[in-house]
Design a protein around this ligand. Structure first.
Ligand code: MSP
Length: 650
């Protein structure tokens, strides 16, 4: 054994049933856990459910259940889903379990005793109809949008965590540890968020008079704990903090896996909480983007939720897992479609890998009676294989799954080419036995390496490949594959034939589509078309008079608050400070697919300030934020240095 590895998923809210998004994070965590086990590391893999707070209490009430009963039911839905997706978690934590409640209370007490939790005032617009506080942004013409009544401004006493105190420390920690938050774009977002605005203290309590579904504060029984302060601690309570063996073994190796929606709690709340509790911080926060369906984030209300088990049933679990890791560049958003899934299955798995497997096994049968020959292997082939495995391991460990698989596929494709070029059928015909043996042995040994590497992603297919190659399947080890070439014993009997990945057809049409067989995308054609379109657009751009341009009032603003439009997942409601007397103004921007609302707060943006106001899905938009398309994504256009809000762009 060398080293330890601890991987966590977010603990999922029990107010909705699991969908593709939850499945993706959990499958990635599973692939990482299996991969690190295969590197010989002692591994602990945790997932679970987040069961306290307003959302859950409301969902339970809507379903006519007591919160605990409701949480029991939905939590079981998550727990029961995982085995069907090949998930090998070592534990499943629920925040309503005693072992968790105990640890949360202990940590709260510890931080309270050290002076980092204080009692203070909190003010907001309280709507009795909604039974909750509304912010300025929630109000429409000063009224609650749902009840059309004027909310009462009330202030409430609450407990606050002195998060602001740890801002400088956190900036330094992130700067000193380049892979603390990865990929880099999220590290950059967190750093700019921390640098560009002051950090508020965190309100960590809710009075029981308003919400009782939570963990009672150990130092004031009139309050329960704010759900995020409670939830993050699951990563410690599952390790039996403070004295458990698990904690000692695994905490130093902790890595969290989350999507960008919950970047701020994990990158800002959690490390500062740990610091305040006198605990070392985690090692890596691995952040991925969203799976979109038809360019939109999945949501129950849009009816575009992809059910993971349906996909696994329809196309095979291994194909589904492979697709998820191969298709999404970790960190960026990706589009889910059955066409894309089928296309990957047929191109990467059926054509490239499956075909190679079947070719080499049938040649070994034909020329060597299915027995692995002994042979001196081509030096270049050996080097290529060793390099592919090293690249794979390096990239996979850093969560760059698409690139890791591509590194392996370069080898797979080169093996197909190697067979074409060396033409074993000619070697056989001409009686060049040594050369023929070298090709067969070389390709079989490389495929054994590929099978070991792929096993964590495709456990069933990996096992089938190893069996067909006459290998034991139990716990394939990847670390050894980086060190040696030639573990395949001459004399081993291999399968006579193989049909690992038969081609599949698109099974069912997505709603609104007519059923059509999957066709691999013609990327080159797509690019050429895009270029042509751009050129056409350029030539059609009309010239404008200077006065027309000067009529635009472009200003630099600072985003003070951001949230997703309640009626449109793709839109964000930004409160942009343009230095105006009556405070920030609202701008509705189509940025939700590219930025989590939290990361925009504090960002400087360029605004067309004199655009005629208009309502977008019921929300007033007073201006437009300028963006620039970059690398398939989107960036905000802003000044390179600090300028006061409202500065004119000329
Ligand atoms: N309960 C909190 C997490 C607390 S962790 C201490 C929570 N739960 S959640 O049920 O909303 O799950 C959010 C997570 O689900 C995301 O961070 C991501 O892992 C996964 N996903 C949900 N929808 C997703 C997509 N559309 N795409 C990719 N992953 C998504 O937040």
């Amino acid at each position: 054994m060398s080293g330890a590895f601890y991987i966590t998923t977010p603990i999922y809210y029990v107010n909705a049933n699991p969908h593709l998004g939850h499945a993706y994070t959990t499958i990635v965590a599973d692939c990482l856990a299996r991969f690190h086990r295969a590197l010989g590391e002692e591994t602990f893999f945790l997932t679970g459910t987040d069961e306290h707070g307003d959302k859950i209490a409301e969902a339970a009430a809507k379903n006519g259940r007591e919160p605990q009963q409701y949480a029991d039911e939905v939590s079981a839905t998550f727990r029961d889903l995982w085995p069907g997706l090949g998930i090998t978690n070592d534990d499943f934590i629920r925040t309503t379990e005693d072992r968790h409640v105990r640890v949360v209370r202990e940590i709260l007490q510890k931080v309270y005793d050290s002076g980092d939790i204080y009692y203070g005032e909190y003010g907001g617009h309280y709507c009795t109809g909604c039974e909750c506080f509304l912010t300025e942004k929630d109000l429409e013409d000063g009224l609650c949008p749902d009840h059309k009544t004027k909310p009462q401004y009330i202030s409430e006493k609450n407990y606050f965590f002195r998060m602001s105190k740890y801002r400088e420390w956190l900036i330094e920690h992130i700067e000193a540890n380049p892979e603390f938050i990865r990929p880099e774009r999220y590290r950059g977002e967190v750093l700019s968020l921390l640098r560009s605005s002051h950090l508020d203290d965190l309100c960590i309590s809710r009075p029981k008079s308003r919400l009782s579904w939570g963990i009672e504060l150990p130092f004031d029984s009139d309050y329960v704990c704010y759900v995020w302060f409670d939830a993050l601690i699951n990563y410690l309570s599952a390790l039996d903090w403070p004295d458990g063996e698990r904690f000692k073994n695994f905490w130093p190796a902790a890595q969290h896996l989350v999507a960008k929606d919950i970047l701020k709690p994990h990158a800002v709340f959690w490390p500062t909480m740990l610091r305040a509790a006198g605990l070392p911080v985690y090692k890596h926060l691995n952040v991925h983007g969203y799976w979109l369906v038809k360019e939109t984030k999945m949501s129950k209300s849009l009816g575009n939720v992809v059910r993971p088990l349906d996909m696994a049933d329809r196309y095979g679990l291994d194909t589904f897992r492979f697709f998820l890791l191969r298709e999404m560049r970790f960190g960026n958003d990706a589009s889910f479609s059955e066409e894309a899934l089928v296309s990957r299955r047929n191109a990467d798995l059926a054509n490239d890998l499956g075909n190679l497997f079947s070719r080499v096994l049938s040649m070994t049968k034909k020329y060597r009676g299915s027995v692995v020959p002994g042979a001196a292997v081509d030096e270049a082939l050996r080097e290529r294989a060793m390099e592919a495995v090293r690249n794979y391991v390096e990239l996979f460990s850093r969560c760059r799954f698409a690139e890791a698989l591509e590194a392996l596929w370069e080898l797979v494709r080169s093996l197909n080419k190697h067979i074409d070029e060396t033409a074993p059928w000619v070697l056989h015909k001409e009686g060049r036995d040594k050369e023929l043996d070298a090709v067969l042995y070389g390709v079989l040994e490389c495929l054994r390496k590929v099978a070991c590497c792929l096993h964590p992603v495709m456990p069933e297919a990996g096992a089938a490949m190893l069996t067909q190659l006459g290998q034991t399947v139990e716990g394939p080890r990847i670390d050894r594959e980086m060190e040696t070439f030639g573990r395949m014993e001459p004399g081993t009997e291999v399968a006579a034939k193989s049909n690992l990945f038969p081609r599949v057809e698109l099974e069912a049409a997505e709603p609104g589509d007519s059923a059509k067989p999957a066709k691999p995308k013609d990327k080159k054609k797509g690019k050429g078309k895009a270029k042509e379109d751009a050129a056409a657009a350029e030539s059609e751009t009309a010239m404008v008079e200077f006065d027309d341009f000067a009529a635009l009032d472009l200003r630099v603003g600072v985003v003070r608050a951001a949230e997703v439009h309640p009626k449109a997942d793709r839109l964000l409601l930004l409160q942009v400070d343009l230095g105006e007397e009556d405070g920030p103004r609202q701008v509705v921007a189509g940025l939700a697919e590219h930025f989590a609302p939290d990361v925009l707060v504090g960002r400087a943006v360029t605004v067309v300030a004199n655009l005629k106001p208009r309502k977008l899905r019921g929300q007033l938009s007073q201006g437009m934020v300028l963006t620039v398309g970059a690398d398939g994504g989107l960036d905000l256009l802003g000044p390179s240095g600090e300028v006061p809000p409202g500065s004119k762009v000329s």
